[in-house]
Design a protein around this ligand. Structure first.
Ligand SMILES: Cc1cc2nc3c(=O)[nH]c(=O)nc-3n(C[C@H](O)[C@H](O)[C@H](O)COP(=O)(O)OP(=O)(O)OC[C@H]3O[C@@H](n4cnc5c(N)ncnc54)[C@H](O)[C@@H]3O)c2cc1C
Length: 394
């Protein structure tokens, strides 16, 4: 029978950070993962360049049933701590925008950094290894796995969420939580594109598929994000849409201001005064692409020289462009979602140690918990911070 101090299930972002940190404290650490490769999501992240943290990371960048839960861990391992680790390993990086830090080269730089930290500290890693059962013992836990029996004092669940099953995601962590009497908050896909089925809107999205509109304000349920949106064959995507998807529930209306930086009533009045013979399509082509201006006008308004519009008609045009209201049919779901909202209820986990308040020695870290970051490097920062915090106590 294998024996170890700390057994971590899941060799993803949180699990590897926890392993390296706990091993550096002198704990014997074994990490098991059913996948054939560690950190598959790290490799896929940030379009292959891993948006590994955010300069402006704050607790307000996270959604959770208990918005205070993430504060303690985030304060003890900050974005500056991870940046320090990146610098230690000489990984070149840059800020893309809005504080988002990306690798200059490739995401594997971050995975290699974590694996090097694990190796240096002496944490053991076993891939292609499934866990079949977990039992609580007097001294800790006894697991049946592809390696046979494994006994440990501390058991860390770092199996992530349900997003992208093809990258190894499973509901295993939720199953363990349930087994030990933990409450689960309903899970749903977050940071995910919307699908549109309403025929006229669907046609608009399909026709404009691939077109991006910069800096739109997208709002829902009291939250707003100003970022790009992208039309797709299925509906809408792009950073602003992914962000708002985490706040959207089926049936909710999404509001899109396509031109938040322009005072549209004022702009239209000026154009009518100064360029009254120009058609609406021609003028809007200065704010959008020609194709988009044409499609918007054909779908929403009638096209004529601006001088022929009544004040009421101009008001309607301004309102439609600054408050386009739509009800998505749904989201693309876990197949393409970057994260899973909901999960292990944080009310039953210590925010200081990440240990279960029900079962001593059992820890939950990373995305399996009901803590979900905004787009922009926040989800990895939560994985690093929660993994680091638990590693001090396992
Ligand atoms: C395409 C994509 C791009 C992303 N880009 C970014 C980004 O640029 N920046 C950012 O901050 N966040 C990004 N995210 C989100 C980020 O990847 C996750 O929030 C983060 O990886 C969560 O870390 P974790 O360790 O909790 O889980 P994961 O990294 O998902 O690791 C979980 C591990 O557990 C293993 N596992 C699962 N089930 C079992 C089981 N039954 N037995 C054994 N092992 C198991 C998995 O194989 C995996 O290795 C992205 C996500 C996706 C899907």
């Amino acid at each position: 029978m294998l024996q170890t101090d700390v057994l971590i299930i899941g060799a993803g972002a949180a699990g590897l950070m926890c392993a390296a940190t706990a091993a550096a404290r002198g704990r014997r650490v074994l990490v098991l993962d059913h996948a054939n490769k560690a950190g598959k999501k790290i490799l896929m992240s940030g379009g292959g360049r891993c948006n590994f943290t955010n300069l402006y990371c704050e607790p307000s960048n996270f959604l959770s049933g208990n918005p205070h839960f993430c504060k303690s861990a985030l304060a003890r391992f900050t974005q500056w701590d991870f940046i320090g680790l990146v610098a230690k390993h000489g990984v070149p990086y840059h800020e893309k925008k809005l504080g988002q830090l990306f690798c200059d080269n490739k995401s594997s730089d971050i995975l290699e950094l974590l694996l090097a930290e694990c190796a240096e500290a002496g944490a053991q890693l076993r891939l292609d290894t499934a866990v079949h059962s977990i039992e609580k013992t007097a001294g800790g836990f006894l697991l049946q796995s592809d390696l046979g029996e494994v006994a440990c004092q501390s058991l860390v669940i770092a199996t992530g969420g349900l997003s992208i099953p093809t990258l190894g995601a499973t509901g295993f962590g939720y199953q363990v939580a349930r087994q030990f009497g933990h409450e689960l908050l309903p899970t749903r896909a977050g940071l995910v594109p919307f699908t549109i089925t309403e025929p006229q809107l669907k046609t608009l999205c399909t026709e404009l598929s691939g077109t991006s509109v910069e800096d739109c304000r997208v709002s829902c349920n009291g939250q707003s994000f100003v970022e790009n949106i992208l039309f797709t064959h299925r509906g809408l995507s792009g950073p602003a849409i992914l962000q708002i998807s985490s706040y959207w529930q089926p049936g909710d209306t999404v509001h899109i201001d396509l031109l938040p930086h322009i005072d549209l009533p004022e702009w239209l009045a000026t154009q009518q005064r100064e360029r009254g013979n120009s058609e609406l399509k021609t003028l809007l082509a200065e704010l959008f692409t020609k194709k988009m201006a044409t499609l918007l006008v054909d779908s929403w308004f009638s096209n004529k020289p601006l001088k022929q519009y009544t004040p009421g008609e101009l008001k309607t045009i301004a309102e439609r462009l600054s408050d386009w209201q739509l009800v998505p049919a749904g989201t693309e779901g876990y197949r393409t979602a970057e994260v899973t909202l909901g999960g292990v209820n944080t009310d039953e986990v210590s925010s200081k140690t990440l240990e279960s308040l029900k079962v001593p020695g059992l820890y939950f870290i990373g995305e399996v918990l009901d803590v979900t970051g905004h787009l922009g490097g926040f989800n990895f920062q939560w994985a690093w911070a929660s993994g680091y915090a638990a590693a001090q106590y396992v």
